[in-house]
Design a protein around this ligand. Structure first.
Ligand code: F6P
Length: 543
């Protein structure tokens, strides 16, 4: 594919940016009272207001020209058809099949993948009913009260984020816990209050070879067997979610208790698969289906809507405009909903593991910026922390505000205060505060404060609003971000579905671990690593 920076639409966008120059959003809203309406788009219960980005009709037109020139529609259609668009791993990319609620056949190597998807969903449904009804009993005959998902990355972040987000829908008897970090503290603290007789462990790993997950699974099994009457009890307390039947069996989990998925489900796109079992157990299978349906509605919107009104496409394009052409150095995800407190962490993996690359699909170096730095916290907490830098720092940072209109916890005026703060932050970032406005508020003798109290404004934000955070709107929200990341990858010429960058550290950790166990750094270690290993080992010896 042609290098992005040599394409005409790319160059046209830079020329256009030069023409709009210092255009200030404050003036644009004055000039065009319909601006908010013109740049607001809706799909699948979500509304995205793009009007507080430094865009004009021409910007969107040029961005859509760019998307067409980069083949966004073609790549999208190839993904939905099941073509092997993950070229470095020679795999299809079919998380959309996991929520293909109309059962449209998707044929890969002559077989309809929907048959397998439906069979696993059925198995998950039966299991959910058994656990939630209390029919599934532990080794003392008592129902399960605690579910511990052991996994990391995509086998953890999606399930944690969604179970936290949908807590109002959670089963009253069941508490859901997550162990991801190989730091023994994580397992120790999670296991401390639990009773093995009423605990179900879900070992979630696509490959079933991930060091952290297997170490935590072994620790959990040892903890369990220290109390359980015999090894047979494992069958009632351990299930596996994986693509690797052999490794699951070798670990000692009956493959009857394994929920399968497939290599065409990427780790960070897997919450819709068997990896979502902890979600389904917590919120119930019907609400898990509502989550899938919300995502399906967004998929259909993405698949069928012209680029000019296509929400994930527009978010992606405005993101490219902000990052590559307007010079934003990071992107903040700011959910104004405490239930979404793990959304920034989830989106960090989705976005940064997908598009944190510096070579194109063809292996040539990118001469343009690719995936942004993603960070965030729920509002209003972030306001009392890093928002200062977003308002007045030297770096430009784009923001997504995510805002439901109705709270699950209508306490006094709390939700109105929350909404007021979200709206005020977006307003402040857009309007800023001029020198004259600052002067008008100063008391005599405060002249020196003028530069400190000024805000440039004109900082780009998008507000994604919804009526209420429900399984369906959350499904749509996540699917929207998945497709946004995919479209950006296509624009930048990347394969968004591999993650070779995580491999080197994994490889190097193996000899280091062996040497730490032996109590002596190997001669092959570099001087810096060796010195640190010696110091750490010495401290451990001292005790
Ligand atoms: O290390 C990166 C990664 O491969 C992620 O992409 C993945 O989500 C995570 O590890 C966990 O992998 P697995 O599910 O195979 O244990």
């Amino acid at each position: 594919m042609t290098a992005l920076d040599t394409t005409k639409p790319w160059q046209d966008l830079f020329a256009h940016a030069g023409r709009i120059g210092q255009m200030h959003l404050r003036d644009e809203f004055k000039r065009d009272p319909q601006r908010a309406q013109r740049f607001t788009f809706e799909a699948a219960g979500l509304l995205a207001d793009l009007s507080k980005n430094r865009i004009t009709d021409e910007t969107l037109k040029l961005l859509c020209d760019l998307a067409r020139a980069r083949g966004v529609e073609d790549w999208r259609d190839r993904m939905f058809k099941g073509e092997r668009i993950n070229t470095t791993e020679n795999r299809s990319v079919l998380h959309i099949a996991l929520r293909n609620c109309e059962d449209r056949p998707i044929i890969v190597e002559g077989a309809n993948v929907m048959d397998g998807v439906d069979a696993v969903l059925k198995k998950m449904m039966t299991f959910c009913h058994q656990i939630r009804s209390g029919d599934w009993q532990g080794y003392t005959g008592r129902p399960i009260t605690d579910i511990v998902n052991i996994g990391i990355g995509g086998s953890d972040l999606g399930p944690v984020m969604i179970t936290e987000a949908l807590k109002p829908y959670a089963h009253k008897r069941l508490s859901t816990h997550f162990i991801s970090n190989v730091d023994g503290t994580h397992a120790a603290e999670v296991l401390k209050p639990l009773d093995p007789a009423t605990t179900l462990f879900i070992i979630a790993s696509k490959t079933f070879t991930t060091q952290e997950t297997i170490a935590n699974a072994v620790t959990a099994r040892d903890w369990f067997l220290a109390k359980a009457p015999n090894k047979q009890a494992v069958a009632k307390h351990f299930v596996a979610l994986s693509t690797n039947t052999k490794a699951v069996a070798e670990f000692g989990i009956d493959t009857e208790n394994m929920f399968e998925f497939w290599d065409w489900v990427g780790g960070r796109y897997s919450l819709w698969s068997a990896i979502g079992l902890s979600i389904a157990l917590s919120i119930g299978f019907e609400d898990f289906e509502n989550l899938l349906e919300g995502a399906f509605e967004m998929d259909e919107h993405f698949r069928l809507t012209p680029l000019e009104r296509n929400l994930p496409v527009l978010l992606a394009l405005v993101g490219v405009w902000n990052a590559n052409i307007q010079g934003c150095t990071a992107h903040a995800v700011l959910p104004y909903d405490q239930y979404l407190h793990r959304l920034p962490a989830y989106l960090q993996q989705l976005d940064m593991e997908s598009n944190g690359k510096s070579v194109t699909r063809e292996g040539t170096a990118c001469a343009w910026q690719t995936g942004p730095i993603i960070f965030g916290e729920p509002g209003t907490n972030g306001q009392h922390s890093f928002h200062q830098l977003i308002h007045q720092g030297t770096r430009k940072i784009s923001c997504d505000f995510i805002l439901p209109a109705i709270s699950h916890n209508p306490l006094g005026d709390h939700h109105l205060m929350l909404m007021a703060n979200a709206l005020a932050q977006a307003q402040a970032l857009m309007l800023g505060k001029t020198e004259d406005e600052v002067r008008a508020e100063l008391k005599p003798g405060e002249e020196s404060l003028v530069p400190h109290k000024q805000f440039s404004g004109n900082r780009p934000t998008t507000t994604v609003a919804m009526k209420k955070l429900t399984p369906a709107t959350l499904g749509a929200l996540i699917a929207m971000y998945e497709h946004k990341v995919f479209v950006q990858g296509v624009i930048w010429g990347l394969n968004s579905f591999d993650q070779w960058g995580v491999e080197l550290g994994k490889q190097l950790a193996k000899p280091i671990l062996a040497e730490l166990k032996a109590g002596k750094p190997g001669d092959a270690q570099d001087a810096s690593t060796k010195a640190m290993m010696e110091r750490l080992l010495a401290w451990r010896k001292e005790g």
